[in-house]
Design a binder for this molecule. Structure first.
Ligand code: SF4
Length: 409
């Protein structure tokens, strides 16, 4: 059941407020609270590597210690971890905490995570991405900062607890020259900003860091010679130069900016290259996040199941996957009863069209975001034949199967 601002004010009145989850979801909740005039005391987290650090200026404390040492009736915990919310709720229940009194689930405050693809173009043609493995692409262009503001204003009107905006889906956001202004608009509205870049654009980093982006994600899949195999069209020297440049800019202009390097694991990059990238991230104080690569988008996986031919690039991706496509599809089917994690997703394109969700490339659920209420878009999606067929085949669980896989010890 949804919790509104009035409810949350009543629940937390006179109590210490802790947000459990110091990463992007938790920080988004913190920004939404600040916007509504609600103060928190601290973040709490189970990860020892985060404890003792700060997030958005608040301390990050040990979750276990906070639960065990504070009297229940003097604190409220907002569970905001994303993937691990249900496990954390179980810990709270076992400790004797009660929902709606001692803890609140952040997805009851806001269950939509919008992304706005401000750039309808990418400079690379990675073979596991639709930019590199599909022939048909929609129109090319950039969202202006003015238009972005209209989209953000509508989101804020309809989602009072909106926490964060991801400024990308399938495009390279650094290509949009209005990106610094877009970041400033989002920060002024007290909404967390995140983007993902391939770091192959040669300009624009200083302006982005100075505009005070909150989360800078980097995508990579190899080190030195292996880098360009699956970051197809990329250049290792440019990437490396920008990696060091970003670390310097952060130190100089915005030390609080979080930098995460998402390392996509394939057969060709799990040996020494993996360790070299891990060491480099440690040296630059970037968060290193390895995860097994899979074939994107699900349009390709659906074609494969239906016996339609895949492009040469998609076939090449299949040869490099650590977990084969057949195994991924089979495991996903076994999890078909699980809830679709993409239900939270609302991918708005540069031309204001809304894609079905974050894992498909072609279908759209709405032609113009500004003309349709969010609730209506979500309702149309959940009741659609397209979603039903996707769930029937377990495809809504496909990416989760790979992310759950512990391929490296
Ligand atoms: S059911 Fe499939 S198409 Fe529908 S939101 Fe989930 S992943 Fe997307």
């Amino acid at each position: 059941m949804k919790t509104n601002i009035k409810d949350i004010r009543k629940i937390i009145a006179g109590k210490q407020v802790y947000i459990w989850g110091a990463m992007i979801v938790g920080q988004g909740v913190c920004r939404a609270f600040e916007r509504c005039g609600i103060s928190i005391n601290a973040f709490i987290d189970s990860s020892e590597s985060l404890q003792g650090r700060k997030a958005l200026g608040y301390p990050i404390l040990s979750a276990q210690k906070t639960i065990n040492e504070n009297p229940f009736d003097e604190q409220v915990i907002i569970i905001s971890s994303g993937h691990y919310d249900l496990e954390i709720e179980q810990i709270c229940i076992e400790a004797g905490l009660m929902k709606g009194i001692h803890y609140v689930m952040s997805y009851d405050l806001n269950d939509v995570d919008p992304s706005i693809d401000i750039s309808g173009i990418c400079n690379l043609k990675c073979i596991s991405c639709p930019r590199g493995n599909m022939d048909e692409h929609s129109s090319v262009g950039f969202m202006s900062s003015e238009e972005y503001k209209s989209v953000l204003d509508k989101l804020l009107r309809e989602l009072p607890f909106l926490g964060s905006i991801q400024l990308y889906t399938w495009g390279e956001p650094l290509l949009n020259r209005e990106l610094p202004e877009i970041i400033r608009i989002t920060r002024d509205a007290k909404v967390l900003t995140a983007l993902s870049s391939n770091l192959n654009v040669k300009r624009g980093y200083k302006e982005v860091v100075e505009a005070k982006l909150d989360w800078f994600k980097i995508s990579a899949s190899g080190f030195d010679e292996s880098y360009e195999v699956t970051h197809t069209g990329g250049n290792w020297e440019v990437f490396l130069d920008n990696l060091y440049g970003l670390a310097n800019l952060r130190e100089r202009y915005h030390p609080d900016m979080q930098v995460v390097l998402n390392y996509h694991l394939y057969k060709h990059n799990i040996g020494d290259d993996y360790h070299r990238m891990e060491e480099l991230c440690e040296k630059l104080d970037f968060i290193f996040r390895p995860s097994p690569a899979y074939l994107y988008p699900l349009d390709n996986v659906r074609d494969y199941i239906d016996g339609r031919p895949l492009s040469e690039e998609a076939e090449k991706t299949l040869e490099l996957l650590l977990m084969g496509l057949d195994e991924g599809i089979e495991k996903a089917l076994k999890r078909k009863k699980n809830r679709c994690p993409e239900e939270r997703c609302l991918p708005i394109m540069w031309d204001r069209k809304v894609r079905f969700c974050g894992v498909y490339y072609k279908p759209y659920i709405c032609e113009d975001f500004l003309t349709a209420p969010v609730d209506e878009i979500l309702k149309n999606r959940i009741t659609s034949k397209f979603c039903q067929q996707c769930i029937e085949r377990g495809l809504h669980q496909f990416t989760g199967v790979y992310l759950a896989e512990k391929i490296l010890s």
